[in-house]
Design a protein around this ligand. Structure first.
Ligand code: FE
Ligand code: FE
Ligand code: ZN
Length: 277
């Protein structure tokens, strides 16, 4: 069975997201750990968390993906921004211990003029400060479009971060189809070639989740504007090859397309139809 879900609002709590996912034909979902624009997370509700774990178990959910807020920049130049990143990372990772085998998706960061090398070093230091021995969560570095000073637009950069992190066995990668396409990896024209390169540099064993998005812009545009599946430059045939690829088809897929709930329901049904049994 295809493991697929979409990004959901966390405003009504954990169990509500699980129920919403079921109502649209999903068997997983993604949500923001806190307001994407930053700030404090709401108080942790352990009963609500346990209710989601029970629901997910009952319905055979694939791993749920918790997305760090966009304002969390693990390689910020300013002390205050870096301090927020460290606090939010530590708090998020501590909370996720309530969810066995959780996945935590993180944008590696923006080096904001400090240079890629300084960025990579700071990202690894931030992860080292927040990760702890025995943790059950895997931190996923998201592949980025490479816009502005984003780190993580090249597979080599992700590899360097992983190599520097102390608990690197708890670090993986989430591949965003819109981002890698915008970064210049031609997953529409040469999926096998891109995956071979990913395997050589990062290792396919590190790949734990896929953000399944079409792109509003052409290959290599470095724009990062998501499009609904089949309405962008990647196109439905290529997205269909992605969910069916032998190296990918077992992974959880998360839609981050510009949709309301009903649009997500339709895209989930569409990709389930495309999935070969
Ligand atoms: Fe993201
Ligand atoms: Fe993404
Ligand atoms: Zn994006």
């Amino acid at each position: 069975m295809l493991n697929i879900g979409c990004h959901l609002s966390a405003s009504k709590g954990y169990l509500n997201m699980g129920q919403t996912a079921l109502s649209i034909g999903a068997n997983t979902f993604q949500y923001f750990s806190r307001n994407p624009r930053g700030g404090n997370a709401k108080a942790f509700d352990a009963d609500d968390a346990a209710a989601l774990v029970a629901l997910a178990g009952e319905h055979g959910f694939a791993p749920v993906l918790t997305h760090a807020p966009y304002t969390l920049n693990p390689c910020a130049a300013s002390e205050a921004t870096l301090d927020f990143a460290h606090r939010a990372l530590s708090e998020d990772l501590a909370r996720l211990e309530a969810f066995p085998g959780a996945l935590y998706n993180l944008h590696p960061g923006c080096h904001v003029g400090q240079g890629v090398e300084v960025g990579i070093k700071k990202i690894a230091e931030s992860l080292d400060a927040a990760m702890f021995p025995g943790m059950g969560t895997t931190v996923l570095l998201e592949t980025m479009a490479g816009k502005g000073s984003e780190v993580g637009g090249r597979f080599e950069e992700l590899r360097e971060i992983i190599d520097r992190v102390r608990l690197s066995d708890r670090v993986g990668v989430c591949l965003d189809t819109c981002h890698v396409y915008d970064a210049g990896y031609d997953i529409a024209g040469d999926l096998d070639g891109v995956l071979t390169e990913f395997d050589r540099i990062v290792g396919l064993n590190r790949l734990r989740a896929i953000h399944l998005n079409d792109s509003k812009n052409p290959l290599g545009s470095r724009k990062d504007r998501h499009e609904r599946l089949g309405f962008g430059s990647i196109g439905l045939p290529a997205l269909s090859r992605i969910v069916n690829h032998p190296a990918l088809r077992h992974l959880p897929f998360f839609l981050e397309t510009p949709n309301e709930l009903d649009g997500y329901r339709q895209e989930i049904a569409l990709m389930r139809e495309q999935y070969e049994k």
